[in-house]
Design a protein around this ligand. Structure first.
Ligand SMILES: [Ca+2]
Ligand SMILES: [Ca+2]
Length: 590
């Protein structure tokens, strides 16, 4: 049984090309490989042809047998030796032919801008308009201006807070400190990585992104991250109140809203949910990171961030086990997290890099999360191969310690860098085992998690840092191959990014990008990444579309707006997409 595609065909098994490629293309000096689905274990010849049918390269396939993650019997087609640029090229093996693709150095120049532009499209509390959006299709009025005065949900406090602004989290109009934290951190860390261990300047400058802050003299990457940081600051419990200094966990509607709706300018159905230790430490970490980044650029904002971070850190130490309940999922995601030791490590690391406080160094050196860079996650011990999620944040602090200059002893910094490089080696090994060269292994359960694409993007992010520390091209090549999977070299021959590839993502689960669901609503703008295959298929639509839980994990996907467990979009998923595409646009094959 196969996954049904956008038009209801049995797409994967009958119509899809059996040669699977990155449908956007390959970097001239980067790795170039494709996957051929073929039952036979015998090597077969293949050719790279131009639009006119001229053969540019020929080679022999490498049979790999049954690939567990896809259920396909596959061969690898390696044409890395072909380095000339070209457009509308195709791979051919027997009677199987790929979709067309390019070989050119600027593959990711526009995609990185579109990936970052995702955040502007999802801003709350500001008109989203031309010239910042490319088409009036995507223009809308400011949503939730009424977030300027939001009461506590269920009378859990007796004040109101101005929590306007920030980004909408995902397909819904909720705003969550846990998740906003890792997303803003990722954009700010991309800036710091670029300045300190990358090319020495940020990848976006001040203008090409075309956001309202373009041309203000500040890197647009930082302007966009600040839109969220300002919101995180507003979520802090005011002085004089119970839990002063902590951060409210989230703000969202009392009930889940339907699809095909614009964010309302004024809404009376929203509430602040109680503070949590995890949210408080997210605030402490991201505000501490912002404080050092903005020190010269805007000293007043920097000081405001530092004050908030220190108050949050102190409050979390006073209330180390105020966990957000799993049951609080009416009208918004619970974002519960049973273990917050990793959030303590992350916040302490960010504060240390900003403040160089010797007591914090001692705390970090004694902390269990500082012993080994994580490469396996999972509350249930599933052994998922990844380094970080909104729920597991120790790697974030580790990365900041390894990347940003501070008083950290040199031997400690080197140990931390070595840990990241070892993780990069691990992900490269994982890719070697995969028929579609994806840096995501199967957990012990043999399943893919919710948002699998974000896990492989974060693993690519880790490989990009291994490249930064070693300048060994094999890590950058791993990053490029991770993008190959996302852009169509996968068993469904689906590009998981909107606007890119022969079969782009078209119908993500999003209330406003609801074309085809409700008239007058737009398709997704280019550059949004779907969460992708998820073995657990929690939404009814996935099953109505013919998916079943016994499918190979990479086939548990359908591009349907109601299939929220496989096809949502989210800020914490587009953040590593921004990082990875910015990195590849800079690397371009070395
Ligand atoms: Ca700017
Ligand atoms: Ca945690």
């Amino acid at each position: 049984m196969g996954c049904k595609g956008p038009s209801g065909l049995k797409w994967a098994e009958s119509s899809a090309p059996r040669v699977r490629v990155n449908q956007v293309g390959y970097l001239p000096r980067g790795p170039k490989s494709a996957t051929l689905v073929l039952e036979s274990p015998q090597p077969v010849p293949f050719e790279l042809r131009d639009e006119g049918g001229r053969v540019l390269f020929s080679g022999t396939s490498q049979p790999r047998g049954l690939d567990r993650a896809s259920g396909d019997r596959v061969h690898l087609l390696d044409f890395s030796a072909h380095r000339a640029t070209g457009t509308k090229l195709r791979l051919r093996a027997g009677d199987a032919e790929s979709f067309p693709f390019d070989v050119r150095p600027d593959l990711y120049a526009q995609l990185k801008l579109d990936a970052l532009k995702y955040f502007y499209h999802n801003r709350s509390g500001i008109d989203v308009v031309r010239p910042f959006v490319d088409d009036d299709l995507w223009a809308r009025q400011a949503g939730h201006l009424s977030d300027r005065a939001v009461p506590c949900w269920g009378r859990s406090c007796d004040y109101v807070l101005d929590v306007s602004g920030g980004w909408y989290d995902a397909g819904d109009y909720g705003k969550y400190v846990v998740n906003g934290g890792i997303s803003a951190w990722t954009l700010q860390a991309l800036f710091e990585r670029s300045v300190h261990v990358g090319p020495g300047q940020d990848p976006f400058g001040d203008g090409p992104l075309r956001i309202p802050e373009s041309g203000n003299g500040i890197p647009d990457l930082l302007d966009e991250a600040r839109w969220e940081v300002e919101f995180l600051l507003k979520m802090q419990v005011p002085a004089g109140q119970p839990f002063a200094g902590m951060a409210h966990h989230k703000i969202h509607d009392h009930e889940w809203s339907g699809l095909g709706i614009e964010p309302a300018p004024h809404a009376t159905n929203r509430g602040l949910h109680p503070p949590s230790t995890a949210a408080t430490l997210n605030l402490a970490a991201v505000a501490a990171q912002a404080a050092r980044i903005w020190k010269e650029l805007d000293p007043g904002f920097s000081q405001r961030c530092l004050d908030a971070a220190l108050r949050a850190w102190a409050a979390a130490r006073r209330h180390p086990d105020k966990l957000a309940p799993r049951s609080d999922d009416k009208g918004g995601g619970a974002y519960s997290d049973e273990r917050v030791e990793d959030e303590f490590f992350w916040a302490a690391a960010e504060l240390y890099v900003t403040r160089q406080d010797p007591a914090l160094l001692e705390y970090l050196l004694a902390h269990p999360d500082g012993k080994r860079f994580p490469t396996r996650l999972g509350e249930d011990g599933d052994g998922l191969t990844s380094s970080m999620t909104w729920q597991s944040t120790a790697a974030l602090g580790w990365i900041s310690l390894a990347v940003v200059p501070s008083a950290l002893p040199e031997e400690v910094r080197q140990r931390l860098r070595d840990g990241i490089v070892a993780a990069g080696d691990f992900y490269l090994e994982v890719m070697q085992q995969e028929g579609y060269r994806v840096p995501l292994g199967l957990g012990e359960s043999g399943k893919y998690p919710w948002g699998s694409n974000s896990f492989l993007l974060n693993n690519a992010l880790v490989m990009s840092l291994a490249y930064d520390f070693t300048k060994d091209a094999k890590y950058a090549a791993g990053v490029a191959e991770a993008m190959d999977y996302l852009l169509g070299r996968n068993p469904l021959v689906q590009s998981y990014v909107s606007g890119y590839g022969s079969v782009p993502l078209r119908h993500p689960h999003h209330r406003f990008w609801a074309e085809g669901y409700r008239s007058g609503f737009p398709p997704p703008p280019p550059g949004a990444v779907s969460g992708g295959p998820n073995s657990s298929l929690q939404d009814p639509q996935s099953r109505r579309s013919g998916l079943t839980r016994d499918l190979p994990p990479q086939k548990c996907f359908v591009d349907h707006i109601e299939a929220w467990s496989v096809n949502e979009v989210a800020i914490n998923w587009n953040a590593p997409l921004t990082w990875v595409t910015a990195f590849l646009d800079e690397w371009r094959g070395g």
